[in-house]
Design a protein around this ligand. Structure first.
Ligand SMILES: [Zn+2]
Ligand SMILES: [Zn+2]
Length: 310
């Protein structure tokens, strides 16, 4: 059943400005490859100073940005953690629909692992018919469909307007390379794990951050025993006990789970209980459109706009 959107709350959500000394993080999609209405594909919005970044562009990223009132034209950069389809499949929609409806004129900065440039060149070829027609018929600027691509390596850093973004390698083998990112601004810091097993390099680069957004996998032993192939998925990701250990070493003000690879009878409550076996700090299970303000403290805002499908 559809619930009406509470317009007053939505309006407040849309217009609340990000303050001078804060980083604001919004989960655009908290899911994994499975198509689930309340968990869109992995994508995280980060706003700091006058910079607006999107990390990964899973299914529905443009829809979630639209719910927030953010146009594609406002995006200063897109960072890919790795090129698994669940992290990039929303990108053609974000890019092409976003270009058309926002009438963006500046090229988009895109950062990602080796292979990002080839993917973007291939996408440009794949959509060449549409791109040519939009320019000729809709009168949009070709420059708004173009990219400035940077392929990153472990330790890569990008700086602008006092904001720095650092890429660090994580362990998502056989996907190699795969990265997490750390964002620093005005003494505040956020780390995003990307997809990874327990990663020592993540602990090193994310040590002491105010906010960590970490992926997680949750399956019961019975589920793993009954589903051929599930053990492989389980071992490619970080379980709650391991994540708790990581949080204990990083000591963030707040830890948040996103990219929720949790299955059947393993639920959010179990996720928290298992995490608390190895961690005694604040931990939250992410929801689409949940928002975090990183200032003196880290504040959590529940989604003011209901995610589509709930
Ligand atoms: Zn993934
Ligand atoms: Zn992946």
């Amino acid at each position: 059943m559809n619930r009406p959107v509470p317009m007053i709350a939505l309006w407040m959500f849309l217009v609340a400005p990000v303050h001078g000394e804060e980083i604001r993080v919004t989960l655009l999609g908290t899911g994994d490859p499975r198509p689930v209405m309340e968990h869109f594909g992995p994508s995280i919005l980060v706003e700091a100073a006058d910079q607006t970044f999107v990390f990964d562009a899973g299914r529905g990223a443009l829809l979630r940005l639209t719910q927030l009132g953010i146009a594609f034209d406002e995006i200063d950069g897109v960072f890919f953690t790795h090129l698994h389809s669940d992290h990039v499949v929303g990108f053609p929609d974000l890019w092409l629909t976003g270009w058309l409806v926002s009438r963006r004129e500046r090229p988009l900065r895109v950062f990602g692992p080796m292979g990002t440039r080839e993917m973007l060149e291939s996408l440009t070829r794949a959509y060449s018919v549409d791109i040519a027609i939009r320019i000729a018929d809709d009168g949009v600027a070709e420059s708004g469909s173009q990219f400035e691509v940077t392929e990153v390596e472990n330790g890569f850093e990008w700086h602008d307007a006092g904001v720095s973004v650092r890429a660090f390698a994580v362990d998502h083998r056989p996907v190699e390379p795969a990265f997490g990112y750390r964002i620093d601004f005005a003494g505040r810091s956020v780390a995003l794990s990307g997809d990874t097993r327990y990663s020592e390099n993540l602990v090193e680069h994310a040590a002491g951050v105010d906010l960590i957004i970490h992926e997680v996998v949750g399956m019961t032993e019975e589920f793993i025993a009954s589903r051929p192939g599930s053990e492989r998925v389980y071992e490619h990701h970080t379980n709650a006990f391991q994540a708790g250990e990581i949080f204990s070493r990083i000591r963030p003000k707040l830890a948040v789970y996103s990219h929720l690879a949790i299955y059947e009878d393993y639920d959010s409550d179990r996720l928290i209980l298992d995490t608390l076996q190895t961690y005694d700090g604040r931990v939250v299970v992410g929801e689409d459109l949940m928002q975090f303000t990183v200032g003196e403290s880290v504040e959590v805002a529940e989604p003011a706009a209901p995610a589509i499908g709930r």
